[in-house]
Design a protein around this ligand. Structure first.
Ligand SMILES: Nc1ncnc2c1ncn2[C@@H]1O[C@H](COP(=O)(O)OP(=O)(O)OP(=O)(O)O)[C@@H](O)[C@H]1O
Length: 326
């Protein structure tokens, strides 16, 4: 199947300092892929190139089958872009903002009004429709930003930190919306630092470190290796004794949900064997799983692997702001 989003050997430097280096990724239609990496690893720079808003120094980008550099207009028609800050017209109301975006995509009159109504309902912004966009809360701005990205029914969605500023219920609604769009064939690439939530919604992960995409087999290996596991038993003393007999050091912690133990486990096989052994010994386990999400543990592991020293790229212009591709 042809990829909906494809980057091959993508690089971009600022003032000779590489921000993205030889990055590769591929997202199929109907897939949600998480783009994760430490602060400054190049996620936004990569997203801007995919969104046709920043010209790559080298490499190729295809969006919905269109070359994002030589056929930016077609690529833009295929994609919806949600930046990490709204950047809307401050004097326009929420409704006027969406109507203006409808106009950019060639919708006017009754068709634009109908589409705007749909977008307001989708984003839960009907009650705020006549409020000026610069008076919205951060979370409300995020909802408007997503509505704006969806106006033209794009087959590709690029979302930079879409959940930032949203309350838990709005995050849940957004995750359901993304899953729904993916089920209808939309390819979604999403960045976030809230990895537990990404893990729930994304089927694949691309890890960016120091501007480079990590090899998929390294990411998969890191995801399989959850070192800290969390256990809770009905009888804490019985659990302590069973772990002691097996010579497994455990740390007791307390949380809002009650006390639990954490142990070091080398991999999923070892975790499964430990659970089977404890149950066989009659320890009544009520909670057993990775102490933090697998994605979060993989992130920490990948982020701390040895890094190559940064190499200056050949001379490149220094833009004050990201340069907009024509
Ligand atoms: N317009 C610019 N001019 C100069 N340097 C830039 C520019 N944009 C980004 N950079 C640099 O490129 C690197 C990657 O930045 P980028 O914003 O892409 O990272 P990020 O992974 O999105 O970070 P975060 O998680 O903090 O949002 C950083 O070192 C940043 O300082």
């Amino acid at each position: 199947m042809e990829a909906a989003i494809e980057a091959v050997g993508l690089s971009r430097s600022f003032a000779g300092v590489p921000a993205v280096r030889d990055a590769n990724l591929r997202v199929a239609p109907g897939e949600i892929t998480a783009l994760v990496g430490p602060n400054g690893s190049g996620k936004t720079t990569l997203m801007l190139m995919l969104a046709t808003l920043l010209r790559p120094d080298s490499g190729a980008v295809r969006i919905g089958g269109h070359d994002a550099v030589t056929d930016a207009r077609a690529a833009r028609a295929a994609l919806g872009w949600m930046p990490d800050t709204l950047g809307a017209w401050p004097t326009l109301t929420v409704r006027e903002t969406i109507l203006a975006v409808c106009g950019m995509y060639g919708l006017s009159g009754a068709a634009a009004a109908a589409r705007t109504g749909e977008m307001l309902a989708l984003a839960g912004l009907e009650a705020l429709a006549d409020q000026r966009s610069n008076t919205l809360s951060r979370g409300q701005k995020q909802r408007l930003s997503l509505a704006r990205a969806l106006v033209h029914g794009p087959r590709v969605l690029l979302l930079d930190e879409p959940a930032s500023g949203l309350d838990p219920e709005a995050r849940l609604t957004q995750r359901r919306m993304l899953a729904d769009l993916a089920a209808r064939g939309v390819a979604v690439l999403v960045t976030s630092h809230v990895l537990d939530e990404l893990e729930e919604v994304a089927a694949n992960v691309v890890f960016l470190r120091d501007g480079r995409t990590e090899a998929q087999e390294d990411v998969d290996a890191a995801l399989r290796q959850s070192t800290q596991w969390r256990l809770r038993a009905l009888d804490e003393a019985a659990l302590d004794a069973a772990l002691g007999r097996r010579g497994i050091p455990a740390t007791r912690r307390t949380s809002i949900g009650g006390a639990f133990h954490t142990v070091e486990v080398a991999n999923d096989d070892e975790a499964a064997a430990l659970l089977a052994a404890l149950v066989a010994e009659g320890v009544r386990i009520v909670d057993f799983g990775p102490a933090a999400g697998a994605l979060e543990q993989a992130f920490v592991q990948l982020a701390h692997r040895a890094v190559d020293p940064p190499t200056p790229a050949p001379d490149t212009p220094t833009p004050a702001n990201p340069e907009v591709a024509p």
